[in-house]
Design a protein around this ligand. Structure first.
Ligand code: CMX
Length: 138
């Protein structure tokens, strides 16, 4: 498996509007997209910094992953996403190493990426996402 870079860092926030204002006005980043991902029960805002993005995650449903996370742990880093060349092959490799997969197959995520999550119980407590850009030439 070859991870090329940190694709994004997911940060759970209670209020997207005020969080975007902090990233823009205090950190000086530019929000280039806001997208609702209804099956994940989140509204997201994206910032580019080098090769990496910051993905702010506001819950749209208290029973969703981010809603439950904020209820239990409050705002903060929710997941780290790595870019990988071949997601299906990476998942097979991880499964053979007994890593607990939340998604056994790639599925569609924000920005048209193919994504899969690994369970924090088998990754040292860090919810981990792998992303493959289907439009990237290998
Ligand atoms: N990071 C680290 N640990 C986490 C976590 C996170 N983001 N979310 C939950 N956990 C931990 C909890 O603290 C809990 O630990 P304890 O048992 O020690 O208390 C354990 O995992 C179970 O938590 P839970 O609240 O009962 O939640 P579930 O088991 O229902 O779900 C998880 C946890 C990770 C399987 C689920 O959140 C998931 O499938 N996540 C992947 C999808 C996702 O996060 N989508 C939102 C982002 C989408 C996007 O980026 O577009």
């Amino acid at each position: 498996m070859k991870l090329s870079h940190i694709e994004h860092i997911g940060i759970a926030v209670k209020d997207l509007k005020s969080a975007v204002a902090y990233y823009e006005n205090v950190l000086g980043l530019k929000c280039y997209a806001v997208e609702e991902v209804s099956d994940q029960k989140v509204r997201t805002a994206f910032f580019q910094i080098g090769q990496t993005k910051i993905e702010l995650l506001e819950s749209t449903d208290a029973e969703g992953s981010v809603g439950k996370f904020i209820e239990k742990r409050g705002e903060g880093i929710h997941h780290i996403a790595y870019a990988v060349d071949d997601l299906s092959a990476a998942l097979s490799e991880l499964e053979s190493q007994s890593v607990q997969l939340i998604d056994k197959q790639p599925r569609k995520g924000a920005e048209g990426l193919h994504i899969a999550f690994l369970h924090p119980k088998s990754t040292g407590g860090v919810l981990t996402e792998l992303c493959e850009n289907p439009n990237k030439t290998k």
